[in-house]
Design a protein around this ligand. Structure first.
Ligand code: GLU
Length: 324
């Protein structure tokens, strides 16, 4: 990454549950990547899913991040020049972008009912990827569209993806050259009940907040071309660096997720686990602390490099997972 561009990173938790070990891993690495480049960090709360987001998780997440020893320069608790830092307060911006995409001719109403649309406000993790959208509603006549809308049929708004590849150079996964068929084809930007998609909200916020560095789980890699495409169509700046980190998996090869209750940071804290010990454990898995000694995030900054991270997902045997 060019040395003269100031780095702006972000931590983007969704308040849909308490933070767990997998989140701690991802946020630690995103924090280190940014601080190692003397970057500024933004904390953004991604709460556009009204069914799953709960306000009480916001303060719990902030407490957990602080407990881990992670800090940020702008966020809902600190303010800053790019607020609001809570997505549910940025809905007007998303609506404007949808209008712009419609004016440019990239949006069409889609009357297909698909199960996956329910979760469109959430980042699609691996288990959520579905088949390529076959384009059923893309070429309906205007007359038919008007008729169906007048009949009261519900519709989502979908982006008509231009037939072009999106290229980016991932700091961990290397050069990517992805076509619409790789990311599922035309994708939904707004649900029939008005809820906007994760893809739209994240892309717009990264641009509006001046984010230059996006560090997140490897399972979200296929969202990146969608977000870059949206930003290009809207003439907005694209983050200069993407890094999709390996995932932490349990012994069955499942991504650590919110359903593994005993691994919430709150549960570990209640059991008396010290944050330095947890950071020591996570940083050893990341190749940054071979002896796994207890350590604070700040002490790891000089050691950080993307090249030290494992190239494949990290599978944790139960003995290790429940060793705390
Ligand atoms: N809020 C998203 C999640 O928790 C973050 C995805 C991203 O970093 O773009 O999965």
């Amino acid at each position: 990454m060019t040395k003269d561009i100031p780095v702006v990173g972000r931590l983007a938790p969704s308040p849909t549950g308490l933070l767990h070990l997998g989140n701690a891993w991802a946020f630690l690495l995103a924090w280190l990547a940014c601080r190692a480049q003397k970057g500024r960090l933004i904390l953004r709360i991604e709460d556009i899913d009204p069914q799953r987001s709960r306000p009480e998780f916001v303060s719990a997440i902030l407490d957990d991040l602080r407990w881990l020893g992670l800090d940020w320069d702008e966020g809902p608790d600190r303010g800053g020049a790019h607020g609001p830092y809570v997505q549910s307060k940025r809905l007007a911006e998303y609506a404007l972008a949808l209008d712009r995409l419609a004016q440019l001719g990239y949006l069409y109403p889609c009357f297909c009912t698909r199960k996956e649309l329910k979760s469109l406000a959430n980042a699609p993790h691996l288990e959520d990827t579905g088949p390529v959208y076959p384009g059923t509603c893309r070429n309906l006549s205007d007359e038919l569209r008007r008729k169906r809308i007048a009949q009261g049929q519900r519709y989502t708004l979908r982006l008509a993806c231009p037939e072009m590849a999106v290229d980016f150079d991932d700091a961990i996964c290397g050069p990517q050259h992805l076509q619409p068929c790789d990311w599922g084809g035309d994708f939904a930007l707004r649900r029939s009940d008005g809820v906007v998609s994760y893809q739209l909200a994240v892309a717009l916020d990264d641009a509006a907040m001046g984010v230059t560095q996006v560090v997140r789980g490897r399972d979200i890699l296929f969202s990146t071309p969608k977000q870059i495409l949206l930003l290009r169509l809207l003439g907005k700046s694209v983050p200069a660096q993407y890094a999709h980190i390996p995932l932490l998996l349990n012994a069955e090869g499942e991504r650590l997720a919110k359903r593994h209750q005993s691994l919430t940071l709150a549960a570990l804290r209640t059991r008396g686990v010290r944050p330095e010990r947890l950071i020591g454990f996570l940083s050893s898995l990341a190749g940054l602390n071979p002896g796994a000694q207890a350590i604070k995030p700040l002490e790891l900054v000089p050691a950080f490099s993307f090249s030290k991270l494992p190239q494949v997902d990290v599978c944790l045997p139960d003995t290790m997972l429940y060793s705390f």
